[in-house]
Design a protein around this ligand. Sequence first.
Ligand SMILES: [Fe+2]
Length: 239
Amino acid sequence: MAVIFALPVGAFAQGSSETNREKDNTKNEINSKTQKSMNTLNKNEFPQLPYAYDALEPFIDKMTMEIHYSKHHKAYFDNFVAAIKGKEMESMSLEQIFANISDLPAAVRNNGGGFYNHHLYWGNMKVNGGKPSAKLNAAIVKAFGSMDELKKQFSDAGKTRFGSGWAWLSKDEKGNLFVSSTPNQDNPLMNVAEKKGTPILAMDVWEHAYYLKYQNKRPDYIEAFWSVINWEEVSARFE
Ligand SMILES: [Fe+2]
C-alpha cells in the first residue's frame, strides 16, 4: 500500500512515472516534472535526484553527489523502510513519526531523519537559484536584520556543529524564521529538537557531504553552499 507522507513543505502529490523519471534524468535543469517529483515523498519510492550529479559543479563535485545520493541517501531510505515494515509507523506520516520520535526506535530516528533531511537538502540546491521572494526577504529582515546576518548565523550553526549534523533555517508556528543546528540525522520537526519548527533550508555538514573536495575544510564547503542555494524553492517552502 502506497502511503504519501504528509510533509510540511510544498504540495506533496503522487510521484512521477518511471518514464518521466528516465526523461528527467537526462536533463541538468530543474524542469516542471522534476520540480513535481522533488516535492514528492512516498515511503515506497526512493525519490529522484532533481538534477544530474554534476549539476552543482564546481561548488559540489560530481563524485560527492553520486556517492552521497546513491549510497548514503539510498541507505537511509532502505533502512527506514526496513525499520517501519510491519509496524504501526508504516501508517503514520513522517510528520507524526518525527513528532513522537523520542518514543520510537533509534533506527527510525536515524534513518527516517536521513531519508527526509537529504530530500530537503537536494531540493534547496541549484546553481543560479535566484533570490528570496519579497515575502521571504521581509521575514529574513524581520528575524535577522539582513541577509548578511542570516548568512553569518546559518554558517556559524554549521561550522560549530560538533561531529555530524545539520544546519537549518526554519519557521516557527508564528511564521517567524530562526536558525538552528541538530546532531546526526535529527531535524527541527522532531520532538527532541531544541528549537522546533518547519525547515525551509537544510545544509548537511556530515563529512560525507564535502570531504572528497574540501577535505577537513568545512568552512570552505559552507561558503560554497551559499552559491548553490535554490532561493526559489526555499521561498516556495516558506510561503
Ligand atoms: Fe548526507
